[in-house]
Design a protein. Structure first.
Ligand SMILES: *[C@@H]1O[C@H](CO)[C@@H](O)[C@H](O)[C@H]1NC(C)=O
Ligand SMILES: *[C@@H]1O[C@H](CO)[C@@H](O)[C@H](O)[C@H]1NC(C)=O
Ligand SMILES: *[C@@H]1O[C@H](CO)[C@@H](O)[C@H](O)[C@H]1NC(C)=O
Ligand SMILES: *[C@@H]1O[C@H](CO)[C@@H](O)[C@H](O)[C@H]1NC(C)=O
Ligand SMILES: *[C@@H]1O[C@H](CO)[C@@H](O)[C@H](O)[C@H]1NC(C)=O
Ligand SMILES: *[C@@H]1O[C@H](CO)[C@@H](O)[C@H](O)[C@H]1NC(C)=O
Length: 550
């Protein structure tokens, strides 16, 4: 008896010693409905611990995050951590292809490490258009003190969540999509949950004269690309979706849906208030939100009512994309060192071309990729695979690597799952034959965006790739009638979501899953399913599979 106890204690101590190296941060979230009136009209919002937008998560590279989410709304719920790579751990990704949703009245604890990452991110609910009601918030990963950052410590660090907004509730928007109709234009734009219009608008941020501040700007909206700018101030870009960039200065930045930028702003102008502005791009009527930045020595002298103008057309945006460069000499945590420094010299083992389309199925609008419009089966793909019942739930390789048909064709609704061999270096072309700007996001990885060009992709276009210092990031826009090329090594085993970040398109099927299997079912490549994972669908009553081993 005594010996067993001692042995157990030793084992526990060992486990603690190994895992105890990186600090744990604990959060408890109470997710509820509540009334919000961001556009002046009361509507149903989603709160986290009474907050809209949700609380900021402040973490440091390699911290372990433990977030116990209590679902107190009346619908199944999941959160994803946009851009957090979940190394070996797609179990925590919070999308319907990897997780059973948390049922109403129940809780689930997300446990993940922000392994080898730095930067500005955000989280949001992935289920049932919930994002249209809130539930999103900032997530920052600070550099560890030991690792030099390529700029001086800012005086303070501010999160700026910008996004378009509908005055209708997420249930009304969802009913519209379920009925096969597109969403109308959004009704407004918000900065941290506010339009900045009306009387008694309070400053969102303050700056001390002469000091430099970091602003982390993320587009958490549903549909529109936004331009962000600040009266009288230039922004020095220092980080983008987890990579230190070459530090160019910009008058304004186009932030496409799902993207995040960190900029430095110095309070070196006349002491008074200044407006920050977020306005829709590529839309006939422009929607605008403002927020006030107050100089502490400005005595509240009001901001000028003349707002800086936004650029026009998407050629400007394409040029801005081309100016973004990775700072190759900055040291930082890098999640996938293999291929990080010399990605241009790695041989491509596979090229996948993905063409988006909109079409009608049974009179209802659906969006697709290479002719397939994704449908989530009741059993999450990852669970079906893990329990060995994948063949009962979905087919692999539903779509070809190269779409066969040129013209927009009817899409087939089905689970859309692709196999990619572990550790191979793959080129993915995202081609947009449509008239609107798109935004694509990949979970589990960051990728090198080596080109965005107008027209159609051909192998000869590889000559124009940036094979030296493309920024490693997780979300990329594709302009109308244009293509983007991304490259990455698939070295993170799991089931990973490649999705349109535009909520309406994703809800109507414009996403797929990439299955990257550990060939040896080894714990070195992938963690086991957590013991307390929520189960649903075909795996609910199945015996637990043999766990992965060392
Ligand atoms: C969650 O918030 C709701 C509404 O404020 C409250 O009724 C409930 O008691 C809270 N639950 C927990 C666990 O705090
Ligand atoms: C965030 O965490 C860092 C590192 O622990 C700390 O220095 C900083 O003060 C924190 N910021 C906020 C706003 O809590
Ligand atoms: C639910 O919350 C309880 C109380 O905090 C906790 O003990 C339990 O582990 C949580 N369950 C899950 C599945 O996370
Ligand atoms: C890149 O990072 C290095 C190292 O921190 C820094 O000295 C340099 O100024 C940065 N370069 C640019 C162009 O931002
Ligand atoms: C890449 O491909 C070229 C041409 O096929 C070949 O000569 C070279 O050895 C390959 N390099 C690697 C690292 O496999
Ligand atoms: C995809 O993976 C599954 C499961 O390992 C396998 O059965 C199937 O043959 C693979 N398909 C391809 C094309 O590699």
């Amino acid at each position: 008896m005594g010996r067993v106890t001692i042995l157990l204690l030793c084992l526990l101590a060992g486990a603690v010693a190994v895992r105890g190296e990186d600090p744990y941060l604990f959060f408890t979230w109470n997710v509820t409905y509540g009334t919000i009136s961001p556009l002046g009209v009361p509507q149903e919002g989603i709160f986290i611990n009474g907050q809209f937008p949700g609380p900021n998560i402040n973490s440091t590279t390699n911290n372990n995050l433990v977030i116990n989410v209590f679902n107190n709304i009346d619908e199944p719920l999941l959160f994803t951590w946009n851009g957090i790579q979940q190394r070996k751990n797609s179990w925590q990704d919070g999308v319907l292809g990897t997780n059973c949703p948390i049922p109403p009245g129940k809780n689930f604890t997300y446990r993940f490490q922000v392994k080898d990452q730095i930067g500005s991110y955000f989280y949001y609910p992935t289920t049932a258009m919930h994002r249209a009601a809130g539930g999103f918030g900032g997530l920052r990963v600070n550099s560890r003190l030991l690792i030099p950052v390529p700029y001086a410590d800012p005086e303070d660090d501010y999160t700026v969540l910008i996004g378009d907004w509908y005055s209708k509730s997420h249930t009304v928007l969802r009913q519209k999509l379920d009925a096969g109709r597109p969403l109308a234009r959004p009704d407004g734009v918000l900065i941290n949950g506010q339009t900045g219009k009306g009387k008694d608008v309070k400053p969102l941020f303050t700056m001390k004269p002469g000091k430099t501040y970091k602003y982390r700007i993320c587009n958490v909206g549903l549909k529109n690309s936004l331009n962000f700018r600040i009266q009288g101030h230039q922004m020095k870009l220092v980080e983008m979706e987890g990579s230190h960039t070459v530090q160019n200065t910009y008058d304004s930045l186009d932030v496409h849906v799902g993207q995040c930028f960190s900029v430095l702003i110095t309070a070196d102008k006349d002491p008074r208030d200044y407006y920050m502005v977020a306005s829709t791009r590529f839309t006939k009527s422009v929607l605008t939100a403002t927020g006030i930045i107050r100089y502490t020595n400005g005595n509240g002298a009001p901001a000028s009512s003349i707002l800086p103008k936004a650029p026009e057309g998407w050629a400007w945006s394409l040029n801005q994309f081309r100016s973004f460069r990775w700072n190759l000499t900055a040291s930082a945590a890098r999640p996938n060192p293999q291929g990080s420094y010399h990605y241009g010299q790695i041989n491509i083992t596979r090229t996948i071309k993905l063409v988006s389309s909109a079409s009608s199925v049974g009179g209802k609008l659906r969006y697709g990729i290479n002719g397939v419009s994704h449908v989530n089966p009741p059993t999450p793909l990852k669970l079906a695979e893990y329990y060995g019942v994948a063949d009962k739930v979905f087919k692999y390789d539903t779509i070809p690597d190269e779409p066969l048909l040129e013209k927009a064709t009817p899409v087939t609704p089905a689970p859309n799952v692709m196999n990619i061999t572990f550790r191979t270096f793959v080129e993915i072309i995202l081609e947009n034959h449509e008239k609107s700007v798109q935004s694509w996001h990949l979970d589990g990885y960051s990728f090198f965006t080596v080109a965005i060009e107008p027209g159609r992709w051909t192998p000869e276009k590889r000559k124009s790739y940036n094979l030296l210092d493309a920024v490693s990031r997780h979300t990329i826009q594709v302009f109308p009638k244009s293509w983007a090329a991304i490259m990455l090594t698939f070295d993170n085993a799991g089931m990973w979501n490649l999705r349109s970040e535009l909520a309406e398109r994703r809800y109507l099927g414009q996403e797929l899953y990439i299955s990257v299997l550990s060939p040896e079912r080894s714990l070195r490549d992938e963690y086991n399913m957590p013991d307390d994972a929520e189960l649903c669908g075909a795996v609910t009553s199945l015996p637990k599979p043999t766990p992965y081993s060392i």
